[in-house]
Design a protein around this ligand. Structure first.
Ligand code: ADQ
Length: 485
């Protein structure tokens, strides 16, 4: 289905996108991350509003949203007050839900007060949104910060089609049960009409939880709970592979990439690019680099590892601890193996712009994407798209990234097995050209099948098609069961 059909269906439907943070999207500027690209395209074709947090922490949360217009897209943002930020964002979203959703129950920090703050900010979002939406609007809510938003909107009378996409994994029932009062939060998902996941596994975990834990009944992809009918489906997020390949091609001739190449000399480059997050498996990756140089000393001075790890969520303790651990690991490897003219690990905490990143990917012989758990991981896809088709690099990929389902021609390696990572590294560094090309072609074909455009249009198309009579039945019975606050 294409954007044009989408626009004509339902006449005056606008799309209202709600996400915690809003992508700084401006036409003509360098392409932003995957989510922002897909969302921006669909907003531009249908017209609508992108609502979310401005990124500013103020004394008090905003009373009215700040509205700016760019063509047929209106950006509506609110500031968060200090207490709301601490409880909703740093607290329940990033200290409770994030570790839970990434299977890290040992890192889970739960405070009732933060859960109440989370529900309060979702109510606040709903309060602002209800004033902005029209009856025909289609609402698309993103990610774990906003699980109860549809329930809050329904309580305020919204009868619109509302969809939810979870960018993270959804763990199995036994993991979800470790969240205190999990049923209270997770049953609010029944207020959506369509719930999208990155992989089949995530969708299966959702189905199992809803049926076995909350007593929902299922008929095919449709679930019934609290007399509401809703659907769950799999929508793997993609990138714009052709666009990213062009960006990489252009960037490879520009000064940032040329300088990097010059600084490497004849050495090979292995690259890792991540937010500095414990889900990304960075300490074990560093351990593998260390072991490569200790167990295979022939690779010393012949390969350089560039890790770009942008600081993220530094007001959460686990992230500060991780940063210290990585500083120490990089320092340790360099202290042990460096020569006067060779630094084994180049460890960069700065944010690198996307064009530069694309150029770096293109000149890296190996891309290391080894998360312990990841919803999709767009870096894996970007690394593949950025390669020179005549002389592509090798992707080493964890099977615990959603991307591993599509990128089965990558060298897949369990990131908990450091020796296996070292073996994969040595295999990648000497892989013959014919094999590199074969693997790359297979991965590129997979990327072209599931572009970000396809992700956004298929989700909105399915949400638009949720049957009217199903919704009528459902909406007549939105009950207090969905009251969460
Ligand atoms: P993230 O955890 O942020 O996203 P990822 O998908 O790898 O992870 O990256 C998103 C975007 O950020 C990519 O375009 C990437 O290039 C960029 N990026 C990452 N690290 C960067 C760095 N150090 N410097 C510059 N840019 C960087 C969440 C989920 C993922 C899911 C995405 C999209 O955790 O599993 O793939 O949403 O759904």
């Amino acid at each position: 289905m294409d954007m044009e059909n989408l626009t004509s269906r339902g006449g005056t439907s606008r799309i209202i996108v709600v996400s915690n943070r809003i992508g700084p999207v401006e036409e003509g500027k360098s392409a932003p991350g995957g989510l922002a690209v897909g969302v921006y395209e669909i907003l531009r074709s249908m017209g609508g509003i992108w609502f979310g947090w401005s990124g500013t922490v103020a004394d008090q949360s905003s009373v009215t949203p700040n509205m700016t217009k760019d063509g047929n897209i209106t950006y509506a943002t609110i500031d968060l007050g200090r207490k709301d930020y601490a409880e909703f964002y740093a607290g329940f979203s990033n200290s409770t839900l994030w570790p839970l959703l990434h299977f890290r129950t040992g890192l889970l920090d739960f405070e009732r007060q933060c859960l109440e703050g989370y529900l309060r900010v979702n109510d606040l979002f709903a309060e602002h949104l209800i004033k902005l939406i029209r009856p025909n609007d289609i609402i698309w809510v993103h990610d774990y910060h906003l699980i109860p938003l549809a329930a809050a909107l329904r309580r305020k009378g919204a009868k619109n089609r509302i969809g939810f996409f979870l960018h993270t994994p959804l763990p199995p029932r036994a993991v979800l049960q470790t969240l205190p009062d999990h049923g209270r939060l997770l049953r609010t998902l029944a207020a959506y009409d369509l719930i999208g996941f990155q992989t089949e596994d995530d969708a299966t975990h959702f189905n199992d939880y809803m049926r076995l834990e909350l007593g929902a009944t299922a008929a095919g992809a449709t679930l019934l709970l609290d007399r509401r009918q809703f659907r769950a489906g799999t929508y793997p997020i993609g990138i714009d592979p052709a666009g990213f390949a062009r960006t990489a091609d252009v960037a490879s001739g520009q000064s940032a990439t040329r300088r990097l190449k010059r600084s490497l000399g004849d050495r090979k480059l292995a690259i890792g690019v991540d937010r500095l997050d414990y889900s990304k498996g960075l300490p074990l990756r560093m351990k593998a680099i260390d072991r490569l140089f200790s167990a295979h000393s022939n690779w010393r001075d012949r390969v350089t590892f560039l890790q770009i790890a942008t600081i993220s969520r530094s007001d959460v303790r686990q992230y500060r601890d991780l940063r210290e651990e990585l500083d120490a690991a990089a320092g340790h490897i360099n202290g042990r193996y460096a020569e006067a003219d060779w630094t084994p690990v180049r460890y960069v905490n700065r944010n690198v712009n996307r064009n530069t990143l694309a150029g770096y990917f293109r000149c890296a012989h190996v891309g290391l994407v080894t998360p312990l758990r990841d919803g999709m991981n767009l870096v894996a896809k970007e690394y593949v798209a950025a390669q020179d088709p005549e002389d592509p690099g090798v992707l080493i990929l964890s099977p615990f990234a959603g991307a591993a389902h599509e990128l089965d021609a990558a060298l897949q390696v369990n990131p908990f097995d450091v020796d296996a990572m070292v073996e994969a590294l040595t295999q990648a560094l000497v892989m013959p050209l014919a094999e590199r090309r074969r693997r790359w072609r297979s991965m590129m074909t997979a990327l072209q099948k599931q572009t970000v455009r396809h992700w956004a249009t298929s989700f909105i198309d399915n949400l638009t098609a949720t049957r009217t009579e199903v919704r009528r039945v459902a909406l007549a019975h939105v009950s207090d069961d969905l009251t969460v606050a």
